[in-house]
Ligand binder design. Structure first.
Ligand SMILES: Cc1cc2nc3c(=O)[nH]c(=O)nc-3n(C[C@H](O)[C@H](O)[C@H](O)COP(=O)(O)O)c2cc1C
Length: 268
C-alpha cells in the first residue's frame, strides 16, 4: 500500500482536469465540488505525473511540494542533442586518475531520472569510485580467470583474449579507473530493459561532462566467475547482475564523427 497523500491546494486548482486525464492508473476522480481527489490509491504507480502536469502547481503527492520540483528548461536544442549522440564514442583509453567528487555526484544523481517499467524503480548500482579498488577487483578476477583457463576450453574466437590476459593485458577493464555495475530486482516487470535504459542515460550524460564510457560485455560475462568479486559488489540476493559500464576521464580525443552504415528500417 502506498502513502500517496494526494493533496489539492484549492486556492490554486482551476479544475482543468489534466491530472485526471494524464493519470495512468485512472485513480483520480473529482469530488462534488469538481476538485480532483483520490479515493483508492491501490493502483497508483507513484509516477508523480499529477504533480508534474498541473499548470498551477496545486497538487502535492507523497508529501512532495510542487514548488520544490526542478524547473523544466528546454534550452538544449535538437541539434545539440544530435551532436552529443553522434559524438559519443566507446572509450578504451583513460587517464589514470579518479573523477572529482562533484562530477561523480552529478553522475550518480542522473541515475535517478531513468524510467523503469511500471515505475518499479528498484535498480541497484555499485559504483567503483576509487581507481585502487578497480585494481583490486581486476587482480582478483584475472587471477581467477587464469586459474579457470587451465580447465575450461574456450571458443577459438576468444583465444586471443585469453592470451592477452595471460600476457597481463587488461583487455576486460581497459585500465578504466571506474566502473558502474547495475543490478535489477528479479521481480521487476521490465527487468531486461530497465538497467539498460539507466546506463544509456548515464552514458550520454557522462559524455556531456567530458567523461568517457565503455559498455563492457566482457566484464558482465566474466565478473560472475569470481565469487570474491561478486561479494565485493554487494548485489543483494533479490537482484541480478544486469550490466557493466566502465568510465573515467578519457586520455584520447575523437576529432570527428564516424560514418555509420544505416540500420534497415521497415516503414509501414
Ligand atoms: C552492449 C555492449 C557491450 C559492449 N562490450 C564491450 C566490451 O566488452 N569491450 C569493449 O572493448 N567494447 C565493448 N563495447 C563497445 C562496442 O565495441 C562499440 O560500441 C562499437 O565498436 C561501436 O563503437 P562506438 O561505441 O565508439 O560507436 C560494447 C558495446 C555495447 C553496446
Amino acid at each position: 500500500m502506498y502513502n500517496l497523500k494526494f493533496t489539492v491546494d484549492k486556492e490554486k486548482c482551476i479544475k482543468c482536469g489534466l491530472c485526471q486525464k494524464d493519470c495512468i492508473s485512472k485513480i483520480i476522480q473529482t469530488d462534488t465540488d469538481g476538485y480532483p481527489c483520490v479515493k483508492d490509491e491501490t493502483f497508483c504507480i507513484s509516477c508523480q505525473h499529477c504533480l508534474a502536469v498541473c499548470p498551477k502547481g496545486a497538487i502535492s503527492v507523497f508529501g512532495k511540494n510542487p514548488d520544490n520540483s526542478d524547473e523544466i528548461n528546454n534550452t538544449i536544442s535538437p541539434e545539440q542533442l544530435e551532436n552529443l549522440i553522434k559524438a559519443r564514442r566507446s572509450y578504451r583509453i583513460f587517464k589514470q586518475e579518479n573523477i572529482d567528487s562533484e562530477t561523480m555526484n552529478k553522475l550518480k544523481n542522473i541515475l535517478n531520472w531513468a524510467p523503469t517499467g511500471v515505475n518499479f524503480r528498484d535498480l541497484r548500482f555499485t559504483i567503483v569510485e576509487n581507481k585502487d579498488t578497480m585494481v583490486e577487483i581486476k587482480e582478483t578476477l584475472y587471477k581467477k580467470l587464469k586459474f579457470l583457463f587451465k580447465f575450461i576450453p574456450l571458443k577459438k574466437s576468444l583465444q586471443p583474449f585469453k592470451q592477452a590476459i595471460l600476457d597481463g593485458n587488461d583487455v576486460i577493464f581497459r585500465n578504466a579507473p571506474h566502473m558502474i555495475v547495475v543490478s535489477t530486482n528479479k521481480k521487476a516487470p521490465c527487468k531486461e530493459i530497465d538497467p539498460i535504459i539507466a546506463l544509456s542515460y548515464f552514458e550520454l550524460y557522462a559524455q556531456s561532462l567530458g567523461i568517457g564510457t565503455l559498455w563492457c560485455g566482457f566484464a558482465y560475462k566474466t565478473l560472475p566467475f569470481s565469487k570474491e568479486v561478486m561479494k565485493k559488489l554487494e548485489i543483494p540476493k533479490t537482484h541480478k547482475l544486469s550490466y557493466v559500464m566502465l568510465f573515467g576521464k578519457p586520455d584520447i580525443k575523437y576529432q570527428r564523427a564516424i560514418q555509420p552504415d544505416n540500420h534497415k528500417i521497415t516503414v509501414l
